[in-house]
Ligand binder design. Structure first.
Ligand SMILES: [Zn+2]
Length: 169
């Protein structure tokens, strides 16, 4: 279970911005990539699928340190960072539709911020249910729920307080 904030946005991987740091990150990343994934569309070539941990929504995630804090980053964002040396402030999505694919040629940035568009309605319901802590347990932190579901803390907050993603009852 991921219990730390998912990293998004440009510059958040700054701790890896040295040649040594980048090489370490690349090695840890590569160790969890299986290049023998499925071919899901003509001309795409094989998906490179993540063998490491995933968010509840099915996206690849990798342990990272950000500003000295233990954290997780969506691994397809790390793939982008390793390829391009920077990260967009927007969502990066898989054109192949395989959520745990980390092949750069299958990734595009979008005009969307990390909005929670990636969540299904069931994800949204489950996240709100957890936050409500109806079983009497401790209320999970918004930050932790954001990490678990692979969205930004801001988006999680908007979704949890109902200002985004109204669902039919
Ligand atoms: Zn793919």
């Amino acid at each position: 279970m991921l219990a730390h904030s998912i990293v998004s946005g440009a510059g958040r991987l700054a701790e890896y911005a040295t040649p040594e740091g980048l090489e370490k990150l690349r090695q840890r990343f590569e160790a969890r990539v299986d290049r023998d994934g499925p071919i899901v569309g003509p001309g795409l070539g094989q998906c490179w699928v993540w063998t490491g941990s995933r968010t509840r929504s099915g996206y690849a995630s990798i342990y990272t340190r950000v500003n000295g804090r233990r954290s997780y980053t969506l691994a397809h964002r790390v793939a982008w960072y390793l390829e391009h040396g920077s990260l967009p402030d927007t969502d990066i999505v898989q054109v192949c539709g395989v959520r745990h694919c980390v092949r750069c040629s299958h990734l595009v940035d979008t005009e969307h911020r990390i909005t929670g568009l990636v969540l299904t309605d069931d994800d949204v319901r489950a996240m709100r249910f957890e936050r409500a802590a109806v079983d009497g347990g401790p209320r999970p932190k918004v930050r932790d729920l954001a990490a678990k579901y692979g969205i930004s803390v801001g988006a999680a907050s908007l979704i949890l307080n109902g200002r985004r993603r109204r669902l039919d009852p």
